[in-house]
Design a protein around this ligand. Structure first.
Ligand code: HEM
Ligand SMILES: [Cu+2]
Length: 527
């Protein structure tokens, strides 16, 4: 069977199967990237609907749109789905599309494993969502799945545990694939220090995933045996300790934050130079900063646990270690700004999202520094200040970077241009409504409103109303995003090979649009 002989096949897929079977059986990195991205979009919608119900309930005190038990389930599901179903798969989708193109490879190293890594995901998230239908419903524990609450939950907890196992498996297999591809399949001359920064951030991220996903699997497995097999890892009555769970969880959980943030940094490091028409400032420093962030992220986990009663020396260690992360992160922000400095800037949609990222992510970083201070955190822990902080990092950080990357590479991926006018409108709506939702939550937190509650005191009403209206606006803005993508697919102008004149990685300089089926049939030679 010759895929090459038929030009139609080189443009699309290998033509062995059409329709649904193509997507189920595909081993092509571009198809799998597309699957990850659409899956991620669907999960954003699911997690987003959960968020809207939560925000509707919080519109004013005394409302009873959903029962408090169900409210707690929604908070758990929103967190789990957004982290594991939406934002992580989005960046794995980017990795699948971009890494082979950027290093000059024909595909990922383990093509069949790649298919399996993706197809685990729908089963994993289904298990978690189906827990809603069990007696007792989904876990009411929050996404952190803390003991001893987890031991008291119904059978939905077990479905969630198995779902988390599958998610971890998917991440580990995907990471092994990414590491092997980057280490072994670079084109001649593509030395490590010539790789685009996006590949560097994913290489480091993949190592982190291999390191911490088994830790999360261990934590939930211990929960499972505590629930059913008579162990007492987290039960003080049997000599165990619930705080042990928190240590294990956050040993996974904090690096997880950078597992989400580093690929976002990678995307931004491609977009900013392209629209500044200058090479990235301080490439080498960026590589080392990425590695430094990853290493430090393993020694800060107990900043999530200042209030469990740890010794002052412990608090001080984790406080200073946390503040240390700001140094390599500051290096990155400095280099992005220096790249823009005296560049020939233009502000198409990808660049707008990159600039939005830069401003908002720095704000999230600053509120993080505020929270790193032990005495402040003791006041603010479990308040809406924390909710504001991590949404600045996850939404204005990671999600904005994902939007920047989608608009940036959409011409390459689809062979068509998106509607620039509509893209800009999408950016501004998202930016305005995002801040409307989350900026005011800093005030709520400072005034003492606790998180994970379905009702609150009257004094918090005004800011909550504003936040809820913002949430519905943000949701509507994403309907516009869906429209923009569909319009691009159906009616977009044909895209040139290199629509952004400042973009200089291999996918723009060495590959036609649309990209051939086997990306690089013969490896390019990089001088
Ligand atoms: C922009 C739309 C979003 C809105 C309106 C929204 C809203 C909310 C609300 C109301 C909560 C409950 C806070 C609490 O009671 O503690 C929450 C929690 C959370 N959100 Fe979001 N969120 C959004 C997007 C995201 C995204 C994109 C992510 C991750 C990538 C995310 C991750 C989380 C996590 C991890 C929690 C904590 C859940 C828990 O307490 O266990 N959110 N969000
Ligand atoms: Cu942390």
């Amino acid at each position: 069977m010759s895929a090459v002989a038929n030009p139609e096949h080189t443009a699309g897929h290998d033509g062995r199967y059409g329709g649904a079977l193509r997507w189920i059986t595909t081993t092509n990195h571009k198809d799998i990237g597309t699957l990850y991205l659409w899956f991620s979009f669907i999960m954003f919608a699911v997690g987003g609907i959960a968020a809207l119900v939560i925000r509707a309930e919080l519109f004013s005190p005394g409302l009873q749109i959903v029962a408090p038990d169900f409210y707690n389930q929604l908070v758990t599901l929103h967190g789990l789905i957004m982290i594991f179903g939406a934002i992580m798969p989005a960046f794995v989708g980017f990795a699948n599309w971009q890494i082979p193109m950027m290093i000059g490879a024909p595909d990922m190293a383990f093509a069949r494993l790649n298919n399996w890594s993706f197809w685990l995901l729908p089963f994993a998230t289904s298990l978690i969502l189906l827990s809603m239908l069990t007696p007792g419903g989904a876990p009411q524990t929050g996404w952190t799945l803390y003991a001893p609450l987890t031991v008291q939950m119904g059978i939905g907890m077990d479905l969630t545990i198995f779902g988390v196992h599958l998610l971890g498996l998917s991440s580990i297999l995907g990471s092994i694939n990414i590491i092997t591809t980057i280490l072994n399949m670079r084109a001649p001359g593509m030395t490590p220090m010539r790789m685009p920064l996006f590949c560097w951030t994913w290489l480091v991220t993949a190592y982190m995933l291999v390191a911490v996903m088994p830790v999360l699997a261990g934590a939930v497995t211990m929960t499972l045996t505590d629930r059913h097999f008579g162990t007492t890892f987290f039960n003080a009555a049997g000599g165990g300790d619930p705080v042990l769970y928190q240590h294990i969880f956050w040993f996974f959980g904090h690096p997880e934050v950078y597992i989400i943030a580093l690929p976002a940094f990678g995307v931004i490091s491609q977009v900013i130079p392209a629209f500044s028409r200058k090479p990235i400032f301080g490439y080498t420093a960026m590589v080392y900063a990425t590695a430094a962030i990853a290493i430090i992220s393993f020694i800060v986990w107990a900043h999530h646990m200042y209030t469990v009663g740890m010794p002052v020396t412990g608090q001080l260690f984790f406080m200073y270690a946390t503040m240390l992360v700001a140094v390599p992160t500051g290096v990155k922000v400095f280099n992005w700004v220096a790249t823009m400095w005296r560049g020939s800037l233009s502000f198409e949609t990808p660049m707008l999202f990159a600039c939005g990222f830069l401003f908002m992510f720095v704000l999230g970083g600053f509120s993080g520094l505020v929270l790193s201070l032990v005495p402040v955190d003791i006041q603010l822990q479990d308040t809406y200040y924390v909710v504001a902080h991590f949404h600045y990092v996850m939404v204005a950080g990671a999600l904005f970077a994902a939007f920047a990357g989608i608009y940036f590479w959409l011409p390459k991926w689809t062979g068509r241009m998106y509607d620039e006018q509509l893209g800009k409108i999408h950016f501004w709506l998202t930016m305005i409504f995002f801040n409307m939702i989350f900026f005011v939550q800093h005030f709520l937190g400072l005034a003492g409103m606790p998180r994970r509650i379905p009702d609150y005191a009257l004094m918090f009403e005004t800011w909550n109303k504003i936040s809820t209206i913002g949430a519905f606006g943000m949701g509507l803005a994403q309907v516009l995003f869906l429209y923009i993508v569909l319009k691009t697919l159906r009616r977009g102008e044909p895209a040139p090979q290199r629509p952004w004149e400042g973009a200089d990685s291999l996918e723009w300089t060495h590959l036609p649009t649309p990209v051939p089926h086997h990306t690089f049939q013969t490896p390019p030679v990089i001088e």
